[in-house]
Design a protein around this ligand. Sequence first.
Ligand code: NAP
Ligand code: GCO
Length: 261
Amino acid sequence: MYNMNSFSLEGKIALVTGAAYGIGFAIAEALASAGAKIVFNCRSQAHMDQALADYAAKGIEARGFICDVTDEEQVKNMVQTVEKEMGTIDILVNNAGIIKRIPMCEMSAEDFRQVVDIDLTAAFIASKAVIPGMIQKGHGKIINICSMMSELGRETVSAYAAAKGGLKMLTKNIASEYGAYNIQCNGIGPGYIATPQTAPLREEGNPFNKFILSKTPAERWGDPEDLMGPAVFLASDASNFVNGHILYVDGGILAYIGKQP
Ligand code: NAP
Ligand code: GCO
């Protein structure tokens, strides 16, 4: 019989970036449900305070840090503090991310750089901070939160698509460079998920809402909860021979030409 304990995260320490709410919060909750100790960060004290209360309400004793993932010193200090006070980080979920929806020729280079900095460079920074400990421990899991835009483009999201496409390849490269140390690096590519980041797209009267439903075989927006099981799988020993893979959790969008009007 298959040993289902391979899905357990008991005794593991998981750092989920940007997990004050949204997808990161759901993933952290899932990893906690599988037994992991949760560490998370965000930039806003107000978000942090609310998140700690929300985690506590679910019986999760999360450790929170105010830390901007684009600041290498802040990230290194956060990781070193966790490693000193709690132990080696076994699981890193690079979730923190932003989007700026601006037509490319109207977008400033500064805006473009900010999106790439948070959505791509930060994953490099955080992964570089945790990998030495994972190597020393002999095992580690890195999960990068990619996107439909790791594969597809659309108007107004040039910086985001460039960053998420790069994040797909960073995932494959970390898998290639550190697989020999028993570190698995994979991605989760959510479809269109109902979170604050997509709230503008779901506003009453926005035609995008109907468009997405016509492109999704599941005929619904995803919920952060839809990502919980895939995250536990990729964070657990059950996926120890899965490496460099992007697991799309999109209700079938990438498989579907779209409903005939
Ligand atoms: P969200 O609701 O906007 O949450 C983003 C989180 O990231 C917040 O906790 C935010 O907290 C944090 N954050 C942003 N910039 C940060 C920084 N520089 N340093 C630290 N934390 C930062 O987004 P979401 O929808 O949950 O998306 C989470 C991830 O999934 C993102 O990478 C996004 O690109 C990706 N994704 C989302 C969807 C979707 O449909 N929602 C689909 C595919 C992929 P603070 O503002 O307090 O820092
Ligand atoms: C957009 C959306 C998407 C989703 C997600 C899809 O403006 O098209 O924000 O980018 O956030 O990345 O996978």
